[in-house]
Write a protein that binds this ligand. Sequence first.
Ligand SMILES: Cc1cc2nc3c(=O)[nH]c(=O)nc-3n(C[C@H](O)[C@H](O)[C@H](O)COP(=O)(O)OP(=O)(O)OC[C@H]3O[C@@H](n4cnc5c(N)ncnc54)[C@H](O)[C@@H]3O)c2cc1C
Length: 431
Amino acid sequence: MITHKEKIDVIAKQLKERTSTTPVSLKKKSVSHQVPKPGDKKYSDEKIDVSNLNEIISIDAEKRICVAEPGVTFVDLVEATMKHNLVPIIVPELKTITIGGAVAGCSIESMSFKHGGFHDTCLEYEIITAKGEIMVCTPDNEHQLIFQMIHGTFGTLGIISKLTFRLIPAKPFVKVTYERHMTLESYKASIWKHYQNQDVDFMDGIIHSPTRYVLSVANFVDHAPYTHSYDWMRIYHVSTRKRKEDYLKTPDYFFRYEKGVTNVSPKSFLGRLLFGKFINSTSVLRMVEKFQKIIPKDKIPITIDTFIPFSKVSEFMAWYGKSVNFFPLWCVPYKIVRKYEWLSDELLNKTEDDLFIDLAIYGMKKNKEIDYYKILEDKLLDIGAIKTLISTNSYSESDFWRVWNKENYTKVKSITDPQNIFRNLYTKMCT
Ligand SMILES: Cc1cc2nc3c(=O)[nH]c(=O)nc-3n(C[C@H](O)[C@H](O)[C@H](O)COP(=O)(O)OP(=O)(O)OC[C@H]3O[C@@H](n4cnc5c(N)ncnc54)[C@H](O)[C@@H]3O)c2cc1C
């Protein structure tokens, strides 16, 4: 058995001995959950191989703390922690998202209205810098700014090689109740009430149309009269239109969107009947990655996660109805648990809200006449909202740094990657 120390020493040595300053990309074992971009330099870059950093190092059931390597997938993590009646506090909905990717990129789900993102549940990161130095970063040691800036900087500030994070008690089943609303105002009022009262364990929803809003509120339960899973013929987001309530085994609840949030694969009944057991987000992303060179750019559907301050949701949706008008939307209330260091002062000064609503578009067709990415970015800038960088980004460099914090980013970059071999965040994600 190769130890964690031996694994990171190999990576550090490769970086220490490297004399070139040309950029590198990571080689991971599991598929990347970013919308493939034709021509992405990561396909041709020299690779730093982190593919064997995929073990759970320890689970302390008493302290409810887990230590694990970044390549551990959430499906494996949930399976291991459930043996102790515990789960990670934030479990992104797709099985093969990794904990390192969730911190370096983004992670949201139906406990985000209480806890923010997966990174907000982390206590410590071990980081390998571009020069092969190994750093331990916590929220209150001398590397606290590095700790805070690692989230959402997509590996451009260093390689996360180990994570320590909190767990939460879990029960074997989840009971979901579907609230129906016909207006945005009534939907928002209910979200606000649950947010204020903190009276449920989970909250997300699907906006099926401008007159059909479903809020899915759920709790852990010990027993279930029946259970459903959504791994073959049933489509979860469609079920929210029809059902009043549902029971799922806890892992099935976490991964209920595994076939796609609102853009399921396969789409047709026959396709699901024949291939539904074998096709899921992972296999679709793998296939797209494999054929990325020959897939026409305009065939890759639009995926956008917008984070709207709660007080701006009505204004945003009025604009959205006129300018985009694509439904269904996935809706995830998200608590901004601190004034994040990676957000610019301009953005932080624009809003008092600590509750944001993640409205996610999955699977919208591109339109030759309208650049939806661009018009959404402009509207988000206007109202002090943000988006994740997981797909196409067309921000100009000056607009980009109106949202992300250039000063903090540059400070950390000068310590962890002064020669810029992991690329600059703007260059990596927007050009
Ligand atoms: C179709 C689709 C659906 C999605 N659905 C959800 C969802 O339901 N819930 C949710 O929360 N998120 C969702 N996401 C977003 C997803 O969680 C993020 O894109 C996340 O960053 C993916 O993690 P990954 O493990 O696949 O990492 P990757 O995609 O492989 O990596 C993400 C970025 O992090 C960097 N990185 C990876 N590992 C490390 C490391 N060890 N150290 C430093 N940098 C690293 C990579 O270089 C890359 O830039 C979805 C994305 C897509 C494309």
